[in-house]
Design a protein around this ligand. Structure first.
Ligand code: PGA
Length: 246
């Protein structure tokens, strides 16, 4: 696990974007796993900048996103599909036919999860998976629990996740869904390379657990210690508890 700590969150996003751009320029048909939330926004901005400068094209990549809320259609401003359109896809030349998403509107959620698992496999697996981390140590929507899940699955969100994300729904007068579909820990761990971004003091405890804690489903991110190629980008605040006694 490589841990990179920078003073400034913008520096982090530039380095993370650089790794992704390098991968795309090495293999134009790369399969990329993207994340939503505040953590990757600056990284996406940097990729868009580089796209506008002609330094990278996303035309041939295939994308998978980590998760989606149950019950939200793709045109709902709080759906993760909408987020990706707004923050990356719609501002670059990503081919819409190569975008893969879990559908929160699927009639049969279990079948939808199986379809997504099969699709990742058909595409040859994920070259780089980008991740954030929840204040409770979740990755994707793999919430703390008693076992690691392998393949995509429907999940009931924890109160901590609802408390962190409800602001986005309240801003438009909506209630946050209690259920989501998420890639499993196995799907994430099968990615050939993983980049995790965490900034701000609110992430410090989860980051300490991720880097120094015992591997346990009670903090799902700790599983990343078992992956051969993980880069963790932190700002000073997110890294502030590292090395301190519990
Ligand atoms: P955030 O969320 O990037 O909005 O902080 C991260 C996560 O919950 O995984």
């Amino acid at each position: 696990m490589r841990v990179i700590i920078k003073d400034n969150p913008i520096e982090i996003s530039h380095e993370a974007a650089e790794l992704i751009i390098k991968q795309i320029n090495k293999d134009h048909g790369s399969v990329l796993g993207f994340a939503t939330g505040a953590s990757p926004v600056e990284t996406y901005k940097r990729i868009i900048e580089k796209y506008n400068e002609g330094e990278v094209s996303l035309k041939h990549i295939t994308t998978f996103n980590l998760d989606e809320y149950v019950g939200l259609s793709q045109d709902n401003v709080n759906s993760y599909y909408y987020f990706m359109q707004d923050n990356l896809f719609g501002k670059t030349d990503v081919n819409p036919e190569k975008i893969n998403f879990l559908s929160g509107k699927a009639e049969n959620l279990e079948e939808e999860c199986q379809r997504y698992y099969n699709r990742i496999k058909e595409c040859g697996g994920i070259d780089i998976q980008l991740l954030g981390i929840g204040t409770n140590g979740h990755i994707g929507f793999n919430e703390p629990g008693d076992k690691f899940k392998d393949i995509p699955f429907p999940v009931k969100l924890t109160q901590s996740t609802i408390d962190s994300n409800r602001k986005y729904f309240e801003a438009v007068g909506d209630t946050m869904p209690e259920y989501a579909l998420t890639m499993g820990i196995g799907d994430i761990m099968r990615s050939r390379k993983i980049i995790l971004i965490a900034t701000g003091e609110s992430k410090a405890k989860a980051v300490k657990e991720l880097v120094e804690g015992e591997v346990s489903p009670s903090c799902p991110a700790t599983i990343l210690q078992m992956h051969a190629d993980v880069t963790i980008f932190l700002d000073k605040a997110a890294a502030s508890l590292l090395g301190e006694k519990k």
